[in-house]
Ligand binder design. Structure first.
Ligand code: FAD
Length: 169
């Protein structure tokens, strides 16, 4: 999947509403507005030289291919029998561009981009212009990709900050 200049290779989940999963969650960190592109077959090409149909030939869930064929208005017929226009349509699987309508916002977000600017705090997470005021974790403009980095940062910044506070005086 490609978003802005970033590429992610990971699972995509079709949820009840919209799409999710690791690739989408990572991509959403960089997506502002505009198109993203998905390669649904990152590890294979489409072999049009077979009597098999897309549903039988492609390494994708049958229900997904069925829905995709419906969406692009293509019959599930032998790949070999497809004309140039039909092939072009099916090749959208390799570069499916679309503009997401939006995100589900703060309520559904796993992490927040943005927050208190790091240059405004000390190494002990204390506000430079307000002694005794501390910011850690999500409150800061630190956002990690998937993989536990956000929890790690929340724990680490909290521990460092608490250590500092415990040792004041
Ligand atoms: C569904 C989901 C899945 C996630 N999965 C991952 C993951 O797999 N890996 C990963 O690294 N990160 C994950 N995250 C992100 C991670 O949980 C957060 O980055 C992390 O918990 C931030 O820690 P925090 O202490 O800064 O904030 P929070 O965990 O949000 O803690 C803030 C606390 O402050 C309390 N609070 C708020 N307002 C007040 C108030 N006025 N007075 C008193 N208390 C208040 C809240 O109730 C809350 O307990 C996930 C987040 C979500 C929502």
């Amino acid at each position: 999947m490609q978003v802005a200049s970033h590429q992610f290779s990971d699972y995509i989940l079709f949820a009840h509403k919209g799409i999710s999963g690791p690739a989408i969650l990572n991509a959403s960190l960089f997506w502002e507005k505009g198109k993203i592109a998905i390669d649904f077959l990152p590890f294979s090409s489409i072999n049009f030289n077979t009597s098999k149909t897309p549903i039988n030939a492609l390494p994708l869930p049958r229900r997904f291919i069925k829905a995709f064929l419906e969406y692009i208005g293509l019959e599930n017929k032998a790949l070999r029998s497809m004309n140039a226009t039909e092939k072009e349509k099916l090749l959208l699987l390799k570069n499916f561009e679309f503009a997401p309508a939006g995100t589900f916002g703060f309520k559904k977000a796993e992490v927040c981009k943005g927050g208190v600017t790091c240059s405004e705090i000390t190494q002990n997470f204390e506000a430079k212009n307000q002694k005794g005021l501390f910011f850690i974790g999500e409150a800061l403009e630190v956002t990690g990709r998937l993989g536990g980095f956000n929890l790690q940062f929340a724990f680490s910044s909290g521990a460092k900050c608490a250590d500092f506070i415990n040792n004041i005086n």
